[in-house]
Design a protein around this ligand. Structure first.
Ligand SMILES: Nc1ncnc2c1ncn2[C@@H]1O[C@H](COP(=O)(O)OP(=O)(O)O)[C@@H](O)[C@H]1O
Ligand SMILES: [Mg+2]
Length: 155
């Protein structure tokens, strides 16, 4: 199950993030984000967190690896594994798997990590640059609950 949206402005990305937030707030989700630096991965996480009512300022966790927010409608965990080597990421997969369980929302910015290696249900988001500074957000679901979420985006 796939869904794609070209966002020509940050406002359109915010609208997409709001829609996504409504669909994940009930059961949570594990979301992996891919795309070049500056594409709009952190921007999307921030906009989803804001849609879920986060009180703190949402910043990129690239230096700390993990930020967590407990002031929104559901707990939000935001990883940025940019600083880990591919092998390093493999060693923390079991820990990440735990963040895919329960009613929490986990985002992971992956950088180099291979997109088909996550061995548990999740949603993949690829962010790419398009003409005129627009961004394309492409969603792909793994697992029935996540397929329902992506179906919701399509409506
Ligand atoms: N339509 C758009 N959607 C998302 N971000 C956008 C858009 N247009 C411009 N931007 C800007 O692009 C930048 C994306 O940066 P960031 O989200 O930190 O990238 P990444 O986490 O992928 O490295 C932000 O400064 C954001 O304001
Ligand atoms: Mg980022």
């Amino acid at each position: 199950m796939k869904f794609e949206k070209i966002c020509t402005t940050l406002k359109e990305t915010a609208d997409l993030a709001k829609k996504f937030a409504k669909l994940v707030v009930q059961n949570g989700a594990f979301v992996s984000l891919y795309g070049e630096i500056g594409a709009g991965k952190t921007a999307f996480v921030k906009l989803v967190a804001e849609a879920l009512g986060v009180k703190e300022r949402v910043t990129s966790p690239s230096f700390v690896i993990l930020n967590e927010y407990h002031s929104a409608q559901i707990p939000i965990y935001h990883f940025d594994l940019y600083r880990l080597e591919n092998e390093g990421i493999k060693t923390i997969l079991d820990e990440l798997r735990e963040y895919s369980q329960g009613k929490i929302l986990t985002f992971v910015e992956w950088a180099e990590f291979s997109q088909d290696e996550i061995p548990f249900n999740h949603i993949q988001i690829n962010v790419t640059y398009e003409e005129n500074d627009a961004r394309k957000y492409s969603f792909k679901a793994f697992g029935d609950d996540n397929i329902s979420i992506i179906e919701g985006l399509n409506c």
